[in-house]
Each structure stands twice: as structure tokens, then as C-alpha cells.
Design a protein around this ligand. Structure first.
Ligand SMILES: *[C@@H]1O[C@H](CO)[C@@H](O)[C@H](O)[C@H]1NC(C)=O
Ligand SMILES: *[C@@H]1O[C@H](CO)[C@@H](O)[C@H](O)[C@H]1NC(C)=O
Ligand SMILES: *[C@@H]1O[C@H](CO)[C@@H](O)[C@H](O)[C@H]1NC(C)=O
Length: 345
């Protein structure tokens, strides 16, 4: 080994720095370029990231085990890779504890050649409580530390579909938005608090989804801080009973010489129709009837169009791994359509 390499290795050992795992050392450098349109992917582990559409991905939040190959691959495509940040808020009310947590995350990101952090605190918080202020401080101080220590890094914060204390998450959304690079709005699980009839409904109906963005924008939060999160998953509800749905035989209502007509149905305005996300029913092996609600390329496409019309920062999904990435032609086509829908239609 040449002497200068020995010297370098010694420094690496002394400083505890990991050697770059990528083929080319420059792939370990943090991503600095800012792209206008964000496509923010949550990755929960495994290797399906190899099949993502890397032409459009800008950030991958790694919620699975750290994968150096993913980091190298993302950097090769100019995409950021960010840590997951979560901590019980009761721990970080204490300033020293908070500072220690932030320092640990910055060190972890650096040692893994990462480009920021996604703070995913979904805990209930009362407005004005010590946790309320600690959370706001956590976001502000984390952003300052990351930007200082890893130039070009990105700090994002996950919020519910609406700022109105959804799931008792009464956070200081305005200050949090000002204090980080972007909010990832989780526009899904929107039926987490059903106050009306207890019935299966869409995970993320379009009007409810868009209403959430209007509520954020009404708080004067910059639209360029908001990334729309769409679900790449649905809900399967076992049904206690199922009303006349599924196979549809209609009553015979005669009209002008024939015995059956659309007069058997009731006309519904588009404002009603657009509330209906796709769903289907099925009976499982035990005979239990289920109702499944989900988003598809068409429903995602409508949402993606609103990302543009509302001037939002971009779009993302929970999560990138759960499409069918097999080689089967129909699967390939459907998977490509889900990715393409992110850019609107
Ligand atoms: C500080 O954080 C640790 C966990 O890292 C926790 O056990 C401890 O209770 C916290 N201290 C305070 C004062 O909140
Ligand atoms: C309509 O229904 C009546 C009574 O069931 C039947 O006799 C008739 O043939 C039907 N007409 C047609 C066009 O099917
Ligand atoms: C990836 O996205 C780009 C940009 O929208 C698109 O042109 C391309 O066809 C997509 N790739 C695949 C494999 O679908």
C-alpha cells in the first residue's frame, strides 16, 4: 500500500469514518442540487428499489434496514437518501436530550453518506403542552444541524392529511413548516376518525384530500413546502353485512316497449360520483365478505393534477415497495402506470 493511502486509512480509523461503499467515491458525496419537482418515496426495505422509476425519484426515505447499495444507486441518479427520525416526545422536552438526539442522527447520516432526515413523529400532542413546543424546537434544531453539517441536506416532516388536530396531532404546523425544508402530507388513512355511520369508505377520497391542502394553505403555509403523499395501498374491511352491492341485477322498469331501462337507477351528480374511490367486494375462504378500497392510476392521477394546480412542491407515496415489480407483462404495465400517474395526466 502506498504511504499516502496508509495515511488516509489511518485517518479513517482515527475518525471512525466508514469507507465509501460505492463503486466511485464521488457517489458518497451528499446531493446538493435542488430539483423543482419533488418525487418523495418511502422505502421499507428489500430490493424492489431497483425497479423504481429513477428518472423521477428525487428523495428516498429509508424506513427499512440501511442499504448501502440503495444509497449508491440513488446518488448515481441524483436522488437524496434520508434517514427516518422518530423519538418519544417526552424524551426530547429536555433540551440536552434533544441536542444529543440530533447529534446522533447527524452522525448516523454522515457515516452512511445520507442526505438528510425525514421526521416521522405521529404522536398525539396537546396544543400548548411541553411536547408541543419541544416538537417545534426539535424540527428547527434538527434542520439547523443538518444544513450546517451536511450542506444541501433535506429535512422533512410528516403531517396528517389535515392540520386540524387529526388523530390528536395538534402541532404548531405553521412554525414547523417554516423550520424545515418540506412537509410530507400523508393524504391517506383519512377515515381514521369516522364520526358518521361506521361503514367502509375510501382511504383517501379526492375531495377530503384536497380540502386538507386548502386547510394547510389557509394557514399561509408556502405551497412549495407541501409534498402530497398518496397511498399505494388500500383498506380491506371485513363486512358485518353487505347491502345490495357487487353483482347488480336491476328491477325491470319498462320504458317505450322494453322491459328494462336505466330508470331503475337513480341519477347521481358528478360531485357524488367523484367521492367514490374504487372498491370491490370478495368472499374469503371462511365465507366472510370483505370490502376493499384502494387508489389506482386514475385516482392518483387526479390527485397529481391538483399538485400542479395548487403549486405544491411535489408528490410521494407510502410506499414504493408495494407494487408488483415482477417481470410479468401485465404487472409491469400496471406498475409503470402507478409511477407515471404521479406526474398527472
Ligand atoms: C432522555 O432520553 C432517554 C432516552 O434516550 C430517556 O430514557 C430519558 O428519560 C430522557 N431524559 C429526560 C430528562 O427526558
Ligand atoms: C316484457 O315482459 C313481459 C311480461 O313478463 C313479457 O311478456 C314480454 O315478452 C317482455 N318483453 C320483452 C321485449 O322482453
Ligand atoms: C419513467 O418516468 C419517465 C418520466 O415520466 C417516463 O418517460 C418513463 O417512461 C418512465 N419509465 C418507465 C419504465 O415507465
Amino acid at each position: 500500500m502506498p504511504r499516502f493511502l496508509l495515511f488516509f486509512s489511518a485517518i479513517l480509523v482515527v475518525c471512525g469514518t466508514n469507507p465509501c461503499p460505492c463503486e466511485r467515491p464521488e457517489l458518497c458525496l451528499p446531493i446538493r442540487a435542488q430539483r423543482d419537482f419533488e418525487v418523495f418515496v418511502f422505502d421499507v426495505g428489500g430490493k424492489t428499489w431497483k425497479s423504481y422509476n429513477w428518472t423521477i425519484v428525487t428523495t428516498v426515505a429509508t424506513f427499512g434496514k440501511y442499504d448501502a447499495d440503495l444509497m449508491c444507486f440513488a446518488h448515481f441518479h441524483g436522488a437524496r437518501v434520508v434517514l427516518k427520525g422518530d423519538v418519544p416526545l417526552s424524551y426530547i422536552v429536555d433540551r440536552d436530550n434533544r441536542t444529543a438526539w440530533i447529534a446522533e442522527k447527524v452522525q448516523l447520516a454522515k457515516s452512511q453518506f445520507m442526505d438528510g432526515i425525514n421526521i416521522d413523529i405521529e404522536q398525539a400532542v396537546d396544543k400548548g403542552s411541553p411536547e408541543y413546543y419541544a416538537l417545534t424546537d426539535l424540527v428547527k434544531e434538527t434542520t439547523e444541524a443538518f444544513h450546517r453539517e451536511i450542506p444541501g441536506s433535506q429535512v422533512s416532516f410528516d403531517v396528517a392529511w389535515s392540520p386540524k388536530c387529526i388523530d390528536k396531532r395538534c402541532y404548531d404546523y405553521v412554525t414547523i413548516a417554516e423550520s424545515c425544508d418540506l412537509l410530507f402530507v400523508m393524504s391517506y388513512d383519512e377515515q381514521s376518525q369516522i364520526t358518521g355511520d361506521c361503514i367502509a369508505m375510501a382511504n383517501a377520497p379526492l375531495p377530503q384530500t384536497l380540502n386538507g391542502y386548502d386547510e394547510y394553505l389557509n394557514l399561509k403555509i408556502d405551497s412549495k413546502k407541501l409534498v402530497m403523499g398518496v397511498p399505494w395501498y388500500g383498506y380491506d374491511y371485513p363486512c358485518l353485512s353487505l347491502s345490495q352491492k357487487g353483482i347488480c341485477s336491476i328491477p325491470k322498469v319498462p320504458f317505450r316497449g322494453v322491459n328494462c331501462s336505466d330508470a331503475a337507477g337513480t341519477q347521481k351528480p358528478y360531485k357524488w360520483i367523484m367521492k367514490q374511490a374504487p372498491y370491490f367486494n370478495y368472499k374469503d375462504q371462511e365465507g366472510q365478505i370483505h370490502q376493499v378500497w384502494y387508489d389506482d392510476p386514475q385516482s392518483i392521477c387526479s390527485k397529481a393534477n391538483s399538485v400542479t394546480s395548487k403549486g405544491l412542491r411535489g408528490i410521494g407515496m407510502w410506499n414504493g415497495n408495494i407494487l408488483d415489480y415482477s417481470d410479468e407483462p401485465v404487472a409491469r404495465q400496471q406498475t409503470a402506470m402507478m409511477w407515471n400517474a404521479l406526474l398527472g395526466c
